[in-house]
Every structure is written in C-alpha cells, then in structure tokens.
Design a binder for this molecule. Structure first.
Ligand SMILES: NC(=O)c1ccc[n+]([C@@H]2O[C@H](COP(=O)([O-])OP(=O)(O)OC[C@H]3O[C@@H](n4cnc5c(N)ncnc54)[C@H](O)[C@@H]3O)[C@@H](O)[C@H]2O)c1
Length: 453
C-alpha cells in the first residue's frame, strides 16, 4: 500500500481490512485465485486465454449461448484467435458459462462488455449496468472487480461503486474496485495481450494495489495511475488522439485531391522525419468498435461540465462525411468514362473495418455500399476474411464474398478498394479492372485506370 499511497493523500486502513486484502493478494500472486471474465468478445477472450495460459482457473461469463458452447467445445469465433489456443486453455482450467451465480466463487471479476452509443449518439451503458446487476447478488468480501470497457470518466465510481456498496460491501476494504482500459489491437502481429502495457486506476490506494497485482501476473508492464477517472480518461485520450488525427489527414486528403497531390505520398515523405511527426492514414471513413464511438462518450460527459468538445465534433464531422466524398469520386470517375453511377456494377474490395481482420463493426465499407445502392448502382464484395455478409443491427445485404479472377474483376464497371487486406492480388486487379477507386493508397504509381479517393 505504501507504494500507492502518494496518489491518495495517505488514506490508512483498519487492521481487519488488511487481512482481507492480504489474503486476496496472496491468492493472486500464487495463482490460486479464480479469475472471472465477463464478456467473451474481442477483449475478454484473449485476456481469459492469457490467464489460463499461466495457470489460473478462469471462468468466462457471457450472455450469448453460442459463444459459451463454442468455447467449451474448444472452438474459436474470432479469426485471429486459433481454436488450438482455446482447446489448450480447455485442457487447463478454463471454462465458459452463462451462470452468473458462479461469480461468487471468483476472486477477480473483470468486466469486458460493449459500450456502444444509442441512436442519439449518447453513451449506452446498459451492458455495463446489466452486468453489474447480474454480478452484484453474487459478490462477497475479498474480491477485486475491474472494469475494462471504454467509457467516460466517472463511470466506475458513479455506476459500479454504488451498486456494489448497495450489498453492504465497502469498496477498498471488502471489495477492491478498479478501472483498467483495454488496448487490444486485433490483427496486429507485433503485440499480444502480455506485451501491451496496461494502465490501472483504483478507487482507493488498496484497490489500486490489488488491481496492479491482478494484472502484473499476466502483463509485462502495468502502469498505475491515481484514480479510476484518470484511467478512464487515458483510454479516451488515446482514442480521441487517433480520431482527431485521422480527421486531419482526411481533410488533408480532400485538399490534396483538389490540388492534384497524392496525400499518401505526402504522408510517406513526412514520416521520414525522425521526430515530432506520427503518420496517420486517410481512408473511406472511420470504422471499428472504438474510434467512431468512444470520443462521443467524452462529448456527452463534458456537457455536464458546461463544455463543448470542439476538436472531437469537428473530427467526427470530417470523418463522417468521407463515405459521401468517396462516392462522389466514384461518380466523377465513371462520368469521365461516359458512365453514370446508376446502373453501374461495383465491386467493393474489403469490407472489414480495417486490414487483415474479420471485424465488421462500424465498417465504412458498409456505408459506401448503402450509398452506392441508394444511387442506383449494384454492389458485390470480395473479402477473404468475411465470407458471408454478417447479420448487422442496422444493415442488411444478402451477399457472399466473390472470389477474384481476371475475368470477374474485368466484368465490373468499378472496383472500389475500401479495405486493404494483404490477401488481395492488387497487381491482378490493376491489370484486369476497367476502373479502380483506391481509398487506401495501395497503388503508389499513377495509372490510367486508378483514381485515388
Ligand atoms: N475490440 C477492440 O479492439 C477493443 C479495444 C479496446 C477497447 N475495447 C472496449 O472493450 C469493450 C468490449 O469490446 P469487445 O470488442 O470485446 O466487444 P464484443 O462485442 O466483441 O464482446 C462483448 C461480449 O460481451 C457479451 N455481453 C454483452 N452483455 C453481457 C452481459 N450483460 N453479461 C455478460 N456478457 C455480456 C457479448 O455477448 C459479447 O460476447 C468495449 O467497451 C470496447 O470499447 C475494444
């Protein structure tokens, strides 16, 4: 506790509390603790597998029966997580369940459930609150609860703490409460859960001490911060930093296009500066669970303080307009070739939200497809990571990925590169396509049938 006390103006503990904390720390450090992870998605599953790998008993909680069954059968439903890793974990002490009563046997409960926006683009905390309400009846003294879902500063202390305390459990002496933001980067081969440093903030110094001990067992570097609110804001800063910089390069792209300059060439040149410049790449719009959504958690919370988040709104506006701008470029390019968009056949290359993953959440490719269809074009897509267009809450396409051959590529009026997966044969596409509209800068050289957008 001494180590973390400077953050908290020297709060001291009563002797009884010390015993609860010491027992939990001992269990965590000896790996006898049972780790419960709630939400077996892109964030929760890799973390569960990591705890299982080092020998903990791990219980994965989820409300989706198909996921629970798949995991217990040793199958994976996430492309970059091998079934063999799940099988291996099952031979150790990992299992999945829908039975929240089992939370009482866990020593740690780590919450990794979705935090989307509602239809008014306001934070939808229903999954976090729903999870808290499922867990609270089964909580007991001597547990640590850590929230990982991205959210606005104050969520842990305003939403979780009172619910836990409603059971008569005292935060910081009975139950230890933390926020530790997830930093998964699916599809990035350079980092795995263990090697991505993890920020952790606690509600009290003892909460922080226990939180650090929880994560130190499986993550190489844990970065303690002074409060849950600092940890919550850290994650938002990271994502807002990306959203704003992507907004900036998207605006630069529009300016460069008007001036006849290739923005990708400009960014590549600027990136040779060894200090003070970080390259961000423009695209057809923002995608994924995080960048299009998380900044608006802060926008919403800032209003409570009478503040207006101007950078966030501006970046959001620029980024949201990109699909329309790209379709404008498609129309222009077809027009120059004597064709209208209406009645044209379009092939979308890549529909996942970023390269080399199967994740479709908030993918701008889907919006491109919708605009194209609305304007009278017909669309098909090719994406080796997404063989069938998935069920999505707000979008419906009854399509399967087409396989690419020179004849097939030549049969479309336009090929729109929306996501630059490594698996595509870009040379073949260039040789065969009548017209390519490239939103990702995959074609470096100027070529008559390639238009950059
Ligand atoms: N995917 C990423 O790369 C990433 C990166 C950083 C942070 N995050 C954040 O992590 C959080 C989780 O994201 P994700 O990508 O893992 O989402 P996900 O949709 O892949 O997984 C969430 C899981 O939670 C389950 N779930 C929903 N409600 C539940 C409940 N009440 N009880 C138990 N399980 C429930 C769902 O069935 C699903 O399996 C979000 O806040 C997200 O912003 C995600």
């Amino acid at each position: 506790m001494r180590e973390f006390a400077p953050f908290f103006n020297g709060l001291e503990m009563k002797p009884r509390d010390l015993a609860v904390k010491q027992a939990l720390l001992r269990k965590l450090k000896s790996r006898e603790a049972v780790i419960g992870i709630v939400g077996m998605g892109y964030v929760g599953l890799p973390l569960a597998l990591r705890y299982a790998e080092v020998g903990y008993a791990v219980v994965g909680f989820d409300v989706d029966r198909s996921k629970v069954d798949a995991l217990n059968d040793g199958r994976s439903y996430i492309e970059h997580i091998e079934a063999s890793t799940v099988k291996e974990a099952r031979t150790k002490k990992f299992e999945a369940t829908m039975d929240f009563e089992r939370a009482s046997r866990a020593d740690a409960l780590i919450i990794c459930v979705p935090t989307p926006l509602n239809r008014y683009r306001e934070p939808d905390l229903s999954f976090v609150v729903g999870t808290a309400e499922s867990l609270v009846p089964h909580l007991r003294g001597g547990q640590v609860v850590s929230l990982e879902s991205t959210t606005y500063p104050g969520t842990t202390d305003e939403e979780l703490k009172p619910r836990i305390e409603s059971r008569g459990l005292v935060i910081g002496s009975d139950v230890f409460l933390c926020f530790s933001p997830e930093r998964e980067d699916p599809g990035n081969p350079e980092y795995v859960t263990r090697t991505i440093p993890k920020v952790c903030g606690g509600s009290t110094p003892d909460c922080l001490e226990v939180g650090v001990a929880l994560y130190e067992q499986v993550i190489d570097k844990v970065v303690p911060v002074s409060s849950t609110r600092v940890a919550e804001m850290t994650k938002l800063l990271e994502n807002i930093h990306r959203a704003v910089n992507i907004g900036l390069v998207n605006e630069m792209k529009i300016i460069c296009d008007r001036m006849g300059i290739d923005v990708h060439e400009v960014i590549r040149a600027a990136a040779t500066k060894p200090f003070g410049f970080v390259p961000y790449w423009p695209g057809p719009g923002l995608g994924g669970h995080c960048i299009p959504i998380d900044p608006f958690y802060l926008t919403w919370k800032a209003r409570e303080y009478g503040l207006h988040t101007r950078f966030i709104e501006l970046a959001g506006e620029v980024n949201r307009n990109m699909p329309e701008w790209v379709v404008g470029k498609v129309m222009e390019a077809l027009n120059e070739r004597g064709k209208a968009l209406k009645g044209s056949r379009c092939l979308i290359l890549g529909i996942a939200y970023k390269k080399n993953v199967d994740d479709m959440r908030e993918s701008p490719a889907v919006e491109l497809m919708e605009i194209l269809v609305r304007r009278g074009a017909s669309v098909e897509y090719s994406d080796p990571h997404v063989p069938v267009f998935p069920k999505m809450r707000e979008h419906k396409f009854d399509l399967r990925s087409v396989s690419l051959s020179p004849e097939r590529v030549a049969s479309y009026d336009v090929v729109l590169v929306a996501t630059n997966h490594d698996a595509f044969d870009y040379e073949m596409v260039k040789r065969s396509a009548k017209l390519i509209v490239d939103t990702r800068g995959v074609y470096l050289q100027q070529t008559p049938n390639v238009v950059k957008a």
